[in-house]
Design a protein around this ligand. Structure first.
Ligand code: UDP
Ligand code: MG
Length: 317
């Protein structure tokens, strides 16, 4: 006689985990969750949602805890303070159990409509990573488009990684998630790390929707910090550039020395004042820049060596 053991309490592994970093998203999070659940219920029988509240100071956590009653697949993690989106993504990756994990924003800018295509590409075995590519940047301000352009060009030149139009909206196969969790580094740049792994990636383009509510949370200083982290954690080329600049400086100084000796013998020694000023100013600022670049790497090492936890959790459900 076949016996079906209904009492077996081994948890069923979800097929898909959705991971959502959220910082001060109280105004739009419920609308977003409603859309997300409607969509997921139509494409997947067995999924879970993890929202990581990155130390919101508004009612985000309250909304999530209340929503739990309506959505049994909803889980929440609340940080003690704002640790940043990268930390929130990492926390989500550690909690998610799914055979594939999808990372998406809480503000509705990553459209739920492309989830079925993303999931099917992975189900059909076409890709281990399905990466959302921003099709349009029209709703972004001129300033943020210029920032992205400069950042992507720099990244391309210094690290060889092409991140133009890349986003954090991605599906990762369980294998990719395990690999990324095994990285020992503390300072993380999710967008670059997934590209760096080199796993078979399928791109899927999407139009960035307007935010459901509120404003983007990135300040100029945070964006600058993200760019420095991204570059210093992926490339040591700027250090090589400093060395080359120093070398060029030595050649220039040598040529000027010859000119100075010549002027002295020719009795026109006072000439060259302007060029001297320019040279002093140029190398003065080049020195400062070089120290700054060294400082950025030192800060990176400092943070890695301290090896503090990437985030602290206040509560979760
Ligand atoms: N976010 C976060 N911690 C932060 C800043 C942002 O978890 O310190 C979340 C935010 O709630 C959203 C996503 O990261 O779900 C993207 O943030 P945002 O919309 O501000 O950035 P943008 O869309 O301009 O890249
Ligand atoms: Mg956004």
């Amino acid at each position: 006689m076949t016996q079906i053991n209904i009492a077996s309490s081994a948890p069923i592994t979800p097929e898909i985990s959705i991971l959502i970093p959220a910082f001060n998203e109280a105004q739009g999070i419920l609308t977003f969750l409603e859309r997300l659940f409607a969509m997921m219920n139509s494409v997947c029988l067995n999924f879970e949602i993890w929202v990581i509240d990155d130390g919101s100071s508004d009612a985000t956590w309250g909304q999530l805890s209340a929503a739990q009653a309506h959505y049994p697949q909803l889980h929440g993690v609340r940080f003690t303070r704002n640790f940043g989106k990268e930390a929130a993504i990492l926390a989500g990756l550690r909690h998610a159990q799914g055979k594939a994990v999808i990372v998406m924003d809480a503000d509705g800018q990553h459209p739920v409509e492309i989830l079925p295509d993303m999931i099917n590409l992975w189900r059909n075995g076409k890709a281990q990573i399905v990466a959302g590519q921003k099709a349009s940047r029209v709703i972004e301000s001129f300033k943020s488009r210029v920032n992205s352009f400069v950042f992507n060009k720099l990244m391309r030149a210094l690290t060889g990684l092409d991140l133009s139009n890349a986003s954090d909206f991605k599906l990762l196969d369980r294998h990719v998630v395990e690999v990324m969790l095994a990285f020992p580094e503390k300072v993380r740049f999710f967008r670059g790390m997934t590209v760096w792994t080199g796993f078979n990636t399928h791109f899927i383009s999407f139009d960035v929707s307007p935010r459901l509510a509120g404003n983007s949370h990135w300040s100029n200083a945070q964006l600058m910090q993200l760019a420095v982290t991204a570059i210093t954690s992926f490339s040591a080329k700027p250090l090589g550039l400093v060395l080359r600049l120093g070398f060029l400086g030595m050649i220039a100084a040598f040529l000027l020395l010859i000119q100075a000796i010549y002027s002295w013998f020719a009795g026109i020694a006072i000439s060259g004042w302007t060029s001297l000023t320019v040279v002093v100013l140029f190398f003065g600022s080049a020195n400062l820049m070089a120290i700054g670049i060294l400082g950025a790497y030192l800060a990176q090492l400092f943070n890695e060596i301290k090896a503090r936890p990437e985030f602290l959790v206040r509560e979760q459900f």
